[in-house]
Structures are given as structure tokens and as C-alpha cells.
Design a protein around this ligand. Structure first.
Ligand code: NOJ
Length: 579
């Protein structure tokens, strides 16, 4: 029987369902789940060739399940020349031979479903690889595929690019093709030509791809830079910026909602979940796409505002970490969406350096790793956990550019070199900000290559700290970050207040982020310190911490005087009480 709970003017559905009632719950399960993200190349190598693969993932399914997550999001598994490690797709209906076969993927799907783990695929449709057959054909102006992409004549008799747009990965956003004398648009790397979504045939292809994977049994999609897919007609010049010039003409473009509505219609035929990647998104704008008012075209969105608290819009413009900004961003998203839409909460992914090295402290690795986990997982929304985050992996800090693999880091290095920025300063930025920090192989054990591969050499170097930081060591230590993640996710599952409570941020000094969640006569107080010094904290008068149960924390309990306490470095405390 479906039970509808009405509170604070909004509705939510509980998990019980039978027969036809199941349709009522359709689109609701994603609120209860936690998702684990796999970047397949670096997760686990099952066949000993130095590259992560599906066999490796199947071996680790029980481990993933043991974390208390309910779904896996795979970064792209498709065939790709790897100009941008999988985000340049050469065939949307197959699995890269680096990772296995479509048959193995079906086995993985079965094995995951047997364990009640859902599978979410990456849907990369803003661009393809330049090796995709559509693109190869499109070079011919007479081909029906020509209009699948943005082919344009150059300005000034063909000598200059068609407009002034710059790639988000540095350099021009246009590449000249000798074969046809035209330029093609690539907002990302030159191996990633942008698809022309205004062409109805392209949208039909996208719908067919969506159907293909849903028919196979996958449960949803993470939609890559989905807010870039509709470009302004005429591709006008953009406001000059040091990078990504033109972005105002393709981010949240004129037909975005319309196109997503078309894709949604297919997705709605299935019990399909969607999360869209949305750079520079604000809560107000997000409601247009994810608002639960009948017009929504995605279930949730990944915004970036909370990832810009130690930089200025791009990770490569590095600034000191500002906890005050982080709190403001979270407060805006939590209160802005509550009861109207659903948050997608993450602090790491394959594009972000490791969070402890950024917003926490490598010195207080265990304390700050647990605090950061508590801080975001106990907010309203669906938590996403990136491989290695659960054991507190740190930035790799690779010292020289020749050892990097990521196209955006390499291009940024080259650009800064051209601008005569001193090498030392460039590397100070790259070491901290590179996406490669998140892409080193998963650290499974203290064995050779961190237990990631039996090959002599993994495809990418292992972080030198693997003898101390690895899954086996974390399993053996009851105080580890890993065990804490399990506790935290269990707590979220067992307490509806974590999933459905409202959110009020408390006024505190900038280093302390404290909030109260309230739900059906219960209150939960979550206190997090971002400081390596002792910080005083006072809860509201009505919240006598000394009388309430400390349900989660990262230190031994210490003295609490009525509603006040001293927080130790990176301390986190969670209290539950009846309202
Ligand atoms: C966002 C993905 O997360 C990132 O890894 C990729 O480089 C760009 N989109 C382009 O696909």
C-alpha cells in the first residue's frame, strides 16, 4: 500500500508499494538512494593489463554493496580514443575493449541488480569523438551527417575561425579541417566535436541511444554538460574571456528545456533516473529544469558552486579555501530547493581534486575526512560518493607535467608557459587543481601497485601514499574513514529526517558550519568545524546537547555544558532529539 505523508505543505511517498501503486512511486526512489561513482580506468583491473575493467568491477561489487550505497554511476564505458578519457565517444552502443564487452556489461548489470544495486550510465551528447562514424562522414558537405555538427567557413577568406569562441580546455573552440576547408566547433578538446542538437535527426539519435540502454536494463543517466547542448542561432561572438569565450551563447541555451523534454518523454517510459551536469547553475535557475511542478526535465542537477570555494570559477584560478562561501552556497541550495526540487550532493568526482586536500587537512586526514562526509551526506538530497573518497584518498601532487594525462591540465600548462608564467607557479597550480588528482588508481591494499593491477605497470601512476591509505588497511581499522562512511550511510537509511527533513543553517563563526534538520517532531543538529584550531560552539538555547544523544562524531565524546562545547580540529557532531 502506498502511504502518502503530508508535511510542511509537500508530499512524499514511502517505500511500500504494490501493483499499480508502483507508478505513484515512479521517480521517487532516487531520493532514498546513495550513489557510488566509478571512473572505470582506475577502479580495478581484473585482467592484468594495467587498465581497470568490468571484470574488476564485478569482483568488487560486494565491496561496493557493503558501503551501503544503492547505485553505481559509471563514467563512460564506451569505445573511445581517450582524448578526454571516455568523454569522447566513438560508439554509443558498445563497451570499450579496454573495459570488456557488451556481454560482460550485461553480466555486470545482472550481478549488480541481484545485489539491489542500480546502474547509471554517463550520457555524453553535447559532443562525440572525432573518430565517431558520424563525424568522419560529416566532413563531406554532401553527407546527411554534415549537419550533425557545426561546420562553418572561416572569416577573412577562411583564414580566421568562424567566431571568437574559446574552448573550456584552452585554445580556440574551432579546428580547421584540411579535407573540406571548413572549421568545426569543439567547446571541449579538439577530439570532441559538438553535436548540432538543432538538427532533429541528431535528437532522434539521442533518443535511440537512451532507449538502447534502457532496454538493456540500465536504471538511469548522468547527463554530461547537458546545459551546453543548445547553441544560440548564428553562433555570435562572445564576450572576451581568458577561457570559454562564447559560453553565454551555449550555456542554458534557447532550446535546452525543449530538447530535454523530448528526451524525458523517452526516459519516462521507463523507471529512469536522471542527473544533469550543470556548470554555473544557480538554485533559482535550476528550478526551471528540476522543479517538481510538472515542468521538470531532469530529476536533479550537479551544480558547481560549492566546488568554487578555493578558486575563481575554474579550479586553475586557485585561491585560499573560504568556508564562509561554502556555507552560503549550501544554505542557498538547501533552502532554495527544499520542498520544490531535489539536491544532488557530492564533494568529489573525476573532475575534482581530492576534497581532504582542498577543504579538509592532510594532517588531520581521518578527522577532516569524516567531517566532510558528515557535512554533505546529512544534508537534504541524494549523496554521490566517488571511488577512493570513502577511504580518504588524497591529491597525488604529481610534480612534473610529463607525468600528467589529463588534457585540460596539459593544455592549461602549455597556455601558462606561453604567457611566461614561471614553471614553479604553474606547477603549484596544476599539482593542486588537476583532475588527475582524482584519477590515480584506486588503492586497494599495500601490495604492489596498491593491489589495483597485477601488471608490472598500471596505466597511470599510483599515489605514493598507498602503503598507508588503502582499503585493506581501512577495513582493519575500526576508526577508519571507510567504516565511518558505512555508519553514515546506514544512519541516512534508518532516519527519514536525513532524507526528508527541512534545513536551517545556524549563525556561527565562519569556520563552523552547523545546521538543524527538522522532520515529524524530530530535530537533528549537525555541527562541523573547518578549523585546525579549537572552536567554541553554542547551539540554540532549546537544544541542550548535554541531554541529547551524540549519534555520530569523529572524536571521543567530551564535556558539553548545556548547549555549548569546544570543537576540536575538524570535529563533527550529530545530535538527534525530539522537537
Ligand atoms: C564533464 C565531464 O565530467 C568531464 O570529465 C569532461 O571532460 C567534460 N564534461 C566534457 O565531456
Amino acid at each position: 500500500m502506498q502511504i502518502i505523508l503530508v508535511f510542511s505543505g509537500r508530499m512524499c511517498y514511502n517505500k511500500e508499494k504494490t501493483g499499480d501503486d508502483a507508478t505513484m512511486e515512479h521517480k521517487q526512489w532516487y531520493k532514498d538512494i546513495a550513489v557510488y561513482q566509478i571512473w572505470p580506468r582506475s577502479f580495478c583491473d581484473g585482467n592484468g593489463d594495467g587498465i581497470g575493467d568490468l571484470t574488476g568491477v564485478i569482483e568488487k561489487l560486494d565491496y561496493i554493496k557493503s558501503l551501503g550505497v544503492d547505485a553505481i554511476w559509471f563514467s563512460p564505458l564506451y569505445p573511445s580514443p581517450n582524448a578526454d578519457y571516455g568523454y569522447d565517444i566513438a560508439d554509443y552502443r558498445d563497451i570499450s575493449s579496454d573495459y570488456g564487452t557488451l556481454e560482460q556489461f550485461k553480466t555486470l548489470l545482472d550481478e549488480a541488480h541481484k545485489r539491489d544495486l542500480k546502474i547509471i550510465m554517463d550520457l555524453v551528447i553535447n559532443h562525440t569523438s572525432d573518430q565517431h562514424k558520424w563525424f568522419l562522414e560529416s566532413k563531406n558537405p554532401d553527407s546527411p551527417y554534415h549537419n550533425y555538427y557545426f561546420w562553418r567557413k572561416g572569416r577573412k577568406g577562411g583564414k580566421k575561425e568562424p567566431n571568437n569562441w574559446l574552448s573550456t580546455f584552452q585554445g580556440k573552440a574551432w579546428e580547421f579541417c584540411k579535407e573540406n576547408g571548413l572549421y568545426y566547433l569543439h567547446v571541449f578538446a579538439k577530439g570532441q566535436p559538438d553535436l548540432n542538437m538543432d538538427n532533429p535527426q541528431v535528437r532522434q539519435e539521442v533518443k535511440d541511444i537512451i532507449r538502447f540502454w534502457l532496454e538493456l536494463g540500465v536504471d538511469g543517466f548522468r547527463e554530461d554538460v547537458i546545459t551546453f547542448i543548445s547553441k544560440k542561432e548564428g553562433l555570435p561572438n562572445g564576450f572576451p574571456l581568458p577561457t570559454a569565450t562564447g559560453i553565454e551563447h551555449y550555456m542554458n541555451g534557447p532550446h535546452l528545456h525543449e530538447y530535454l523534454e523530448e528526451f524525458r518523454a523517452v526516459q519516462e517510459e521507463y523507471d529512469c533516473f536522471t542527473v544533469g551536469e550543470a556548470p554555473m547553475m544557480t538554485p533559482k535557475r535550476a528550478l526551471k529544469f528540476i522543479g517538481e511542478d510538472g515542468h521538470r526535465v531532469l530529476d536533479m542537477m550537479f551544480h558547481f558552486e560549492h566546488m568554487n570555494c578555493d578558486n575563481m570559477l575554474t579550479n586553475f584560478l586557485r585561491t585560499p579555501f573560504r568556508p564562509g562561501k561554502l556555507k552560503k552556497v549550501y544554505n542557498n541550495w538547501q533552502t532554495g530547493l527544499y520542498g520544490k526540487a531535489w539536491n544532488a550532493n557530492y564533494i568529489e568526482n573525476h573532475d575534482q581534486p581530492r576534497i581532504i586536500s582542498r577543504y579538509g587537512s592532510e594532517k588531520f586526514r581521518v578527522e577532516s575526512g569524516k567531517m566532510l562526509a558528515t557535512m554533505y551526506i546529512l544534508q537534504s538530497g541524494t549523496p554521490f560518493i566517488y571511488q577512493g573518497q570513502e577511504i580518504g584518498m588524497l591529491n597525488a601532487n604529481i610534480p612534473t607535467i610529463d607525468r600528467y594525462k589529463d588534457v585540460s591540465s596539459i593544455n592549461t600548462y602549455e597556455l601558462m608557459k606561453k604567457l611566461h608564467v614561471p614553471e614553479k607557479f604553474i606547477m603549484w597550480i596544476i599539482q593542486y587543481a588537476s583532475r588527475d588528482n582524482a584519477r590515480t588508481p584506486m588503492q586497494w591494499s599495500a601490495e604492489k601497485n596498491a593491489g589495483f593491477t597485477t601488471a608490472d605497470k598500471p596505466w597511470f601512476e599510483v599515489n605514493a601514499n598507498y602503503p598507508e591509505i588503502n582499503v585493506a588497511a581501512a577495513e582493519a581499522d575500526p576508526n577508519s574513514i571507510l567504516h565511518y562512511y558505512r555508519k553514515l550511510l546506514r544512519f541516512r537509511k534508518d532516519n527519514a529526517i536525513v532524507r526528508y527533513g527541512d534545513f536551517t543553517m545556524l549563525k556561527t563563526q565562519k569556520e563552523v558550519f552547523a545546521y538543524v534538520r527538522t522532520y515529524q517532531g524530530q530535530q537533528m543538529l549537525v555541527v562541523n568545524s573547518f578549523s585546525d584550531q579549537v572552536q567554541p560552539f553554542r547551539a540554540p538555547e532549546t537544544f541542550a546537547m548535554c541531554e541529547e544523544e551524540l549519534v555520530l562524531g569523529n572524536y571521543e565524546q567530551n564535556a558539553v555544558v548545556h548547549n555549548g562545547c569546544l570543537l576540536r580540529p575538524f570535529e563533527t557532531r550529530v545530535y538527534l532529539k525530539k522537537a
